[in-house]
Design a protein around this ligand. Structure first.
Ligand code: FES
Length: 187
């Protein structure tokens, strides 16, 4: 249970907001981090913590593409293939990376480590090809650099600083502005 395992963190987060319901998004991130995706049980937990109905929580999960109702790999790779990046070879980059991982878009590698998907603009057009791994930016790539990052992650290393990672907290801003999965239907 989130409330037992993360009691202090949850109370600290709730304390930042005048209304418990306002903490629903960080609570959903916490649930996703803990369970890998947002399960029905996780929605019920978050609803209880935030004193909302499960239906309200489910509607948020369904609306925001940053929340996943199906399992993803431990590392979710999101490659921008929007126009400015496409002009710099992002589509070919995406196909090559997909081939290297041996999965189709949305699938999980057999070791459970990787999923890959295309997204729209990540607000780093001048550094294409660009991808995010679990919301951390990785910019100025080519396929050899990307393969090296995959190999590092497979070997249990956290990241490769030479490839200009940016901290996740900075990445979130761009993700909210753009970053909609191309697999998602337009609203
Ligand atoms: S088009 Fe790819 S980051 Fe903007």
């Amino acid at each position: 249970m989130l409330i037992e395992k993360y009691k202090d963190q949850i109370e600290k987060t709730l304390g930042k907001y005048p209304d418990r319901r306002s903490a629903v998004m960080p609570m959903l991130y916490l649930a996703q981090q803990e369970y890998g995706h947002i399960t029905p049980e996780a929605m019920a937990e978050v609803a209880e913590i935030c004193e909302m109905s499960v239906t309200q929580v489910r509607s948020l999960v369904g609306f925001y593409t940053m929340y996943y109702e199906k399992p993803k790999g431990k590392y979710l790779i999101q490659v921008c293939t929007d126009l400015p990046c496409a002009l710099r070879g992002a589509e070919q980059f995406f196909e090559a990376l997909k081939d290297y991982l041996g999965v189709e878009e949305g699938e999980v590698t057999p070791d459970g480590l990787f999923s890959i998907e295309q997204v729209m603009c990540l607000a780093a057009c001048d550094k294409a090809p660009v991808m995010q791994i679990n919301f951390s930016y990785c910019e100025g790539l080519d396929i050899d650099k990307a393969k090296a990052i995959i190999d590092d992650l497979r070997a249990g290393k956290s990241y490769t600083p030479a490839y200009r990672w940016r901290a996740a907290e900075h990445a979130h801003a761009g993700r909210k502005q753009g970053g909609k999965s191309k697999a998602e239907p337009e609203a």
